[in-house]
Design a protein around this ligand. Structure first.
Ligand code: BEZ
Length: 212
Protein backbone atom coordinates (compact mmCIF):
# COMPACT_ATOMS: atom_id res chain seq x y z
CA UNK A 1 0.00 0.00 0.00
CA UNK A 2 1.25 3.46 -0.77
CA UNK A 3 2.28 5.96 1.88
CA UNK A 4 -0.13 8.61 3.10
CA UNK A 5 0.29 11.85 4.99
CA UNK A 6 0.98 11.19 8.67
CA UNK A 7 2.43 7.72 8.04
CA UNK A 8 5.87 6.89 9.39
CA UNK A 9 8.43 7.21 6.59
CA UNK A 10 10.08 3.79 6.18
CA UNK A 11 13.76 3.56 7.07
CA UNK A 12 16.31 1.97 4.70
CA UNK A 13 20.03 1.39 4.28
CA UNK A 14 21.45 2.23 0.87
CA UNK A 15 24.52 2.98 -1.18
CA UNK A 16 24.76 6.63 -2.21
CA UNK A 17 27.20 9.02 -3.84
CA UNK A 18 28.21 9.94 -0.27
CA UNK A 19 28.72 6.29 0.74
CA UNK A 20 26.57 3.83 2.69
CA UNK A 21 23.75 5.53 4.54
CA UNK A 22 20.97 4.73 6.99
CA UNK A 23 18.06 7.07 6.19
CA UNK A 24 17.07 7.77 9.80
CA UNK A 25 20.70 8.34 10.81
CA UNK A 26 21.16 10.69 7.88
CA UNK A 27 18.09 12.69 8.90
CA UNK A 28 18.89 12.80 12.61
CA UNK A 29 16.57 15.44 14.10
CA UNK A 30 16.29 17.35 10.82
CA UNK A 31 13.49 17.59 8.34
CA UNK A 32 14.04 15.62 5.14
CA UNK A 33 13.26 15.80 1.44
CA UNK A 34 13.45 12.48 -0.38
CA UNK A 35 12.84 12.84 -4.10
CA UNK A 36 13.03 10.47 -7.04
CA UNK A 37 13.73 11.18 -10.68
CA UNK A 38 13.36 8.81 -13.66
CA UNK A 39 16.96 8.37 -14.78
CA UNK A 40 20.50 9.73 -14.87
CA UNK A 41 21.75 11.57 -17.97
CA UNK A 42 18.32 12.93 -18.82
CA UNK A 43 17.73 16.64 -19.39
CA UNK A 44 14.90 17.51 -16.98
CA UNK A 45 16.48 15.51 -14.15
CA UNK A 46 19.77 17.31 -14.75
CA UNK A 47 18.06 20.67 -14.23
CA UNK A 48 16.16 19.43 -11.15
CA UNK A 49 19.25 18.19 -9.35
CA UNK A 50 21.09 21.33 -10.38
CA UNK A 51 18.34 23.53 -8.94
CA UNK A 52 18.33 21.55 -5.72
CA UNK A 53 22.09 22.01 -5.42
CA UNK A 54 21.68 25.73 -6.10
CA UNK A 55 19.12 25.93 -3.28
CA UNK A 56 21.19 23.84 -0.85
CA UNK A 57 21.68 26.80 1.49
CA UNK A 58 17.91 27.46 1.57
CA UNK A 59 17.28 23.84 2.57
CA UNK A 60 20.05 23.97 5.21
CA UNK A 61 18.66 27.24 6.66
CA UNK A 62 15.38 25.40 7.22
CA UNK A 63 17.18 22.43 8.81
CA UNK A 64 16.24 20.19 5.88
CA UNK A 65 18.43 17.35 4.60
CA UNK A 66 17.98 16.46 0.95
CA UNK A 67 18.32 13.00 -0.59
CA UNK A 68 17.77 12.12 -4.26
CA UNK A 69 17.04 8.67 -5.66
CA UNK A 70 16.81 6.84 -8.96
CA UNK A 71 17.21 3.24 -10.03
CA UNK A 72 20.61 3.88 -11.68
CA UNK A 73 23.93 2.46 -10.49
CA UNK A 74 26.40 4.26 -8.25
CA UNK A 75 28.98 4.51 -11.08
CA UNK A 76 26.41 6.17 -13.33
CA UNK A 77 25.46 8.60 -10.55
CA UNK A 78 29.09 9.63 -10.03
CA UNK A 79 29.56 10.24 -13.75
CA UNK A 80 26.30 12.16 -14.05
CA UNK A 81 27.08 14.41 -11.07
CA UNK A 82 30.09 15.72 -13.05
CA UNK A 83 27.71 16.70 -15.87
CA UNK A 84 25.24 18.34 -13.46
CA UNK A 85 28.01 20.36 -11.85
CA UNK A 86 29.35 21.41 -15.24
CA UNK A 87 26.10 22.25 -17.01
CA UNK A 88 24.19 23.77 -14.06
CA UNK A 89 27.27 25.47 -12.56
CA UNK A 90 26.75 23.97 -9.13
CA UNK A 91 28.35 21.50 -6.75
CA UNK A 92 25.97 18.68 -5.91
CA UNK A 93 26.69 18.04 -2.22
CA UNK A 94 23.61 16.02 -1.25
CA UNK A 95 23.67 12.21 -1.63
CA UNK A 96 22.03 10.44 -4.55
CA UNK A 97 20.82 6.92 -3.79
CA UNK A 98 21.79 4.13 -6.18
CA UNK A 99 18.53 2.24 -5.99
CA UNK A 100 19.36 -0.36 -8.66
CA UNK A 101 17.58 -3.04 -6.64
CA UNK A 102 14.51 -0.77 -6.29
CA UNK A 103 14.28 -1.07 -2.51
CA UNK A 104 13.53 2.62 -1.90
CA UNK A 105 11.36 2.83 -5.02
CA UNK A 106 9.29 -0.05 -3.61
CA UNK A 107 9.04 1.27 -0.05
CA UNK A 108 7.90 4.69 -1.27
CA UNK A 109 5.82 3.45 -4.24
CA UNK A 110 7.87 5.50 -6.71
CA UNK A 111 7.28 3.24 -9.71
CA UNK A 112 3.89 3.80 -11.30
CA UNK A 113 3.64 0.98 -13.84
CA UNK A 114 1.09 2.71 -16.04
CA UNK A 115 3.55 5.58 -16.47
CA UNK A 116 6.68 3.42 -16.69
CA UNK A 117 7.32 -0.20 -15.75
CA UNK A 118 10.98 0.43 -14.99
CA UNK A 119 11.69 4.02 -13.97
CA UNK A 120 10.70 5.99 -10.90
CA UNK A 121 8.34 8.90 -11.46
CA UNK A 122 9.07 12.32 -9.92
CA UNK A 123 7.95 11.59 -6.36
CA UNK A 124 8.83 13.94 -3.51
CA UNK A 125 8.32 13.38 0.19
CA UNK A 126 8.85 15.88 2.98
CA UNK A 127 9.51 14.10 6.26
CA UNK A 128 9.30 15.79 9.65
CA UNK A 129 11.72 15.38 12.57
CA UNK A 130 9.17 12.88 13.97
CA UNK A 131 9.81 10.77 10.81
CA UNK A 132 6.23 11.26 9.68
CA UNK A 133 5.34 12.04 6.07
CA UNK A 134 4.24 15.70 5.83
CA UNK A 135 3.99 16.19 2.06
CA UNK A 136 3.74 13.95 -0.98
CA UNK A 137 3.87 15.27 -4.51
CA UNK A 138 4.08 13.30 -7.72
CA UNK A 139 5.01 14.73 -11.09
CA UNK A 140 5.32 12.94 -14.43
CA UNK A 141 8.70 12.47 -16.08
CA UNK A 142 7.96 15.24 -18.58
CA UNK A 143 7.49 18.00 -15.96
CA UNK A 144 10.30 19.34 -13.81
CA UNK A 145 9.32 20.34 -10.28
CA UNK A 146 9.36 23.84 -8.81
CA UNK A 147 11.81 23.66 -5.90
CA UNK A 148 10.86 27.15 -4.69
CA UNK A 149 7.39 25.69 -4.15
CA UNK A 150 8.92 22.87 -2.13
CA UNK A 151 10.67 25.47 0.07
CA UNK A 152 7.42 27.43 0.37
CA UNK A 153 5.55 24.36 1.57
CA UNK A 154 8.33 23.57 4.06
CA UNK A 155 7.98 27.13 5.43
CA UNK A 156 4.27 26.50 5.89
CA UNK A 157 4.79 23.05 7.43
CA UNK A 158 7.34 24.36 9.91
CA UNK A 159 5.15 27.32 10.88
CA UNK A 160 1.93 25.36 11.25
CA UNK A 161 3.71 22.65 13.29
CA UNK A 162 4.32 25.27 16.00
CA UNK A 163 1.35 27.65 15.87
CA UNK A 164 -2.41 27.16 15.59
CA UNK A 165 -2.48 28.64 12.12
CA UNK A 166 -2.84 27.54 8.51
CA UNK A 167 -1.50 29.29 5.42
CA UNK A 168 -3.76 30.61 2.64
CA UNK A 169 -3.40 30.09 -1.10
CA UNK A 170 -0.07 31.28 -2.49
CA UNK A 171 1.11 32.31 0.99
CA UNK A 172 4.73 33.33 1.37
CA UNK A 173 6.82 33.98 4.48
CA UNK A 174 5.89 37.33 6.03
CA UNK A 175 2.30 37.37 4.80
CA UNK A 176 -0.76 37.06 7.04
CA UNK A 177 -1.86 33.57 8.04
CA UNK A 178 -5.21 32.02 8.88
CA UNK A 179 -6.39 31.16 12.39
CA UNK A 180 -7.36 27.46 12.44
CA UNK A 181 -11.11 26.81 12.70
CA UNK A 182 -10.71 24.95 16.03
CA UNK A 183 -9.94 28.24 17.81
CA UNK A 184 -12.76 30.67 18.60
CA UNK A 185 -12.25 34.30 17.62
CA UNK A 186 -12.28 35.26 21.33
CA UNK A 187 -9.47 32.79 22.05
CA UNK A 188 -7.60 33.82 18.90
CA UNK A 189 -7.54 37.45 20.07
CA UNK A 190 -5.84 36.30 23.31
CA UNK A 191 -3.50 33.93 21.50
CA UNK A 192 -2.37 36.27 18.73
CA UNK A 193 -1.46 39.65 20.26
CA UNK A 194 -0.59 41.13 16.85
CA UNK A 195 -4.34 41.17 16.12
CA UNK A 196 -7.03 39.11 14.44
CA UNK A 197 -9.00 40.29 11.43
CA UNK A 198 -12.37 38.52 11.12
CA UNK A 199 -13.67 38.46 7.55
CA UNK A 200 -16.23 35.73 8.34
CA UNK A 201 -16.54 33.75 11.59
CA UNK A 202 -14.62 30.93 9.86
CA UNK A 203 -12.13 33.17 8.01
CA UNK A 204 -9.80 35.00 10.41
CA UNK A 205 -6.35 36.36 9.57
CA UNK A 206 -3.46 37.23 11.86
CA UNK A 207 0.07 38.44 11.11
CA UNK A 208 2.61 35.60 10.94
CA UNK A 209 3.20 34.93 14.65
CA UNK A 210 6.94 34.18 14.49
CA UNK A 211 7.90 37.17 12.33
CA UNK A 212 8.72 40.72 13.52
C1 BEZ B 1 14.17 14.00 -18.25
O1 BEZ B 1 14.60 14.03 -17.10
O2 BEZ B 1 14.51 14.83 -19.07
C2 BEZ B 1 13.20 12.94 -18.67
C3 BEZ B 1 13.25 11.69 -18.10
C4 BEZ B 1 12.38 10.72 -18.53
C5 BEZ B 1 11.43 11.03 -19.51
C6 BEZ B 1 11.37 12.31 -20.04
C7 BEZ B 1 12.26 13.28 -19.62
Amino acid sequence: MSLRLGDIAPNFQVNTTAGQLDFYEYLGDSWGVLFSHPADFTPVCTTELGKTALLQEEFSKRNVKVLAVSVDSIDKHHEWVKDINETQQVTVAFPIIADDNKVVAGLYDMIHPNASETFTVRSLFVIGPDKKVKLIITYPASTGRNFYEVLRVIDSLQLTANYSVATPADWKVGEDVIVVPAISTADAIKKFPKGVKEIKPYLRYTPQPNKD
